[in-house]
Design a protein around this ligand. Structure first.
Ligand code: SF4
Length: 342
């Protein structure tokens, strides 16, 4: 079920995609900059958290490279004074919520997220008013204010687990990703999930025809799809009717993809998510082959972070991301409920 008032919204007027900066550093220059980052981290007692979609040279200098869930847990566990978040704004906010006494830096404040932009607090309040008995489950790709209005937070790695923990008779308002909502409803065998109609512009562009193309070119692959992809409902239907090999089609978070590949005997994988994950996959599994389902799946928000900006951020201890105390207190409840279940 989709709220009629916003069904045809494309959300494009809610965010500005930054241009993707070309970096032409030589290998020596990259090494020198990474060394500078490490030195500054020691001086500042800082750690670097990087998402799987970051540029390879940024992933290589990070203390932890992971998905949103693991990065939240790393932020919560660190004893460093300063966290440099190489990811996007909602991730840095999550770190600031979990670590209120630490300095959280986001090297470029233009690192937003089209999915997080899809729902505002006012829209969520209006939606909740229509379904007063519902439990609100907010994907981690939301602003701190939206999390503060929610009962549970979730990531793509644990969304089905969170939904299963909610009593079966309670309807669930699941936001903001409609594709993830479809996968979760199927995984949790739940018919009373009401999906908000938002989406990530990068993952929505991974279409059923892209899947057909990669499977035609590489018929023996295992197909690994992030549940935000625009092709998920078509692929779930095809997997059920047998036109996609059911036992070779998987809907996984980026961390889930890493675990799955580690345990799989397969040699070839078609990967449907943002291109940045391929750096980690090729590094962890150099003997396997990976084919992107859509090589244009590049997130301009994630690519705003460069080594130069990480250095500047550590030198100046800016830009900082903070969350007002009362918003943080309410948002922390939803995040901690998720972390307890995870
Ligand atoms: S890939 Fe999509 S969901 Fe992830 S940060 Fe970019 S816009 Fe947001």
């Amino acid at each position: 079920m989709i709220p009629a008032a916003v069904t045809n919204e494309t959300y494009e007027n809610r965010y500005t995609l930054p241009p993707i900066e070309e970096v032409n550093d030589t290998a020596e220059e990259i090494l020198a900059k990474q060394e500078r980052v490490r030195k500054l981290c020691r001086e500042r007692k800082a750690i670097i958290l990087a998402h799987h979609y970051q540029r390879p040279e940024v992933q290589e200098v990070a203390d932890y490279v992971a998905d949103s869930l693991r990065l939240s847990q790393s932020a919560a566990a660190t004893d460093a004074n300063t966290i440099v978040f190489c990811g996007v704004h909602f991730m840095a906010e999550t770190a600031a919520i979990l670590c209120p006494t630490k300095t959280v830096l986001l090297p470029d404040l233009r690192a937003g997220c089209s999915l997080a932009a899809a729902i505002t607090t006012e829209e969520l309040r209006a939606w909740k008013a229509r379904f007063p008995d519902a439990v609100v489950v907010a994907y981690i790709n939301t602003s701190a204010e939206v999390k503060a209005e929610s009962d549970y937070c979730c990531t793509s790695a644990n969304a089905a687990k969170v939904v299963r923990a909610i009593p079966a008779e309670r309807p669930i308002l699941f936001l903001p990703d409609k594709f993830l909502a479809q996968v979760v409803a199927r995984q949790a065998q739940r018919s009373n999930i009401i999906a908000y109609p938002g989406f990530c512009h990068v993952h929505r562009a991974i279409r059923p025809e892209d899947v057909d193309e990669v499977l035609n070119a590489h018929p023996d692959v295992e197909l690994l799809l992030h549940p935000e992809c625009g092709c998920v409902s078509s692929c779930m239907a095809k997997a059920l009717d047998g036109s996609l090999p059911f036992n070779r089609t998987f809907f996984l978070s980026t961390e889930g993809m890493l675990r799955h590949i580690g345990a799989s005997p397969a040699q070839e994988f078609a990967v449907g998510t943002e291109m940045g994950i391929l750096h980690r996959l090729k590094k962890e599994f150099p003997e396997r082959s990976f084919y992107p389902v859509n090589p244009s799946a590049v997130c301009a928000f994630m690519k705003t972070i460069t080594l130069d900006k990480v250095i500047r951020s550590l030198e100046t201890l800016s830009p900082q991301v903070t969350v007002p105390a009362e918003t943080a207190r309410k948002a922390r409840r939803a995040i901690e409920r998720m972390l307890e279940l995870a």
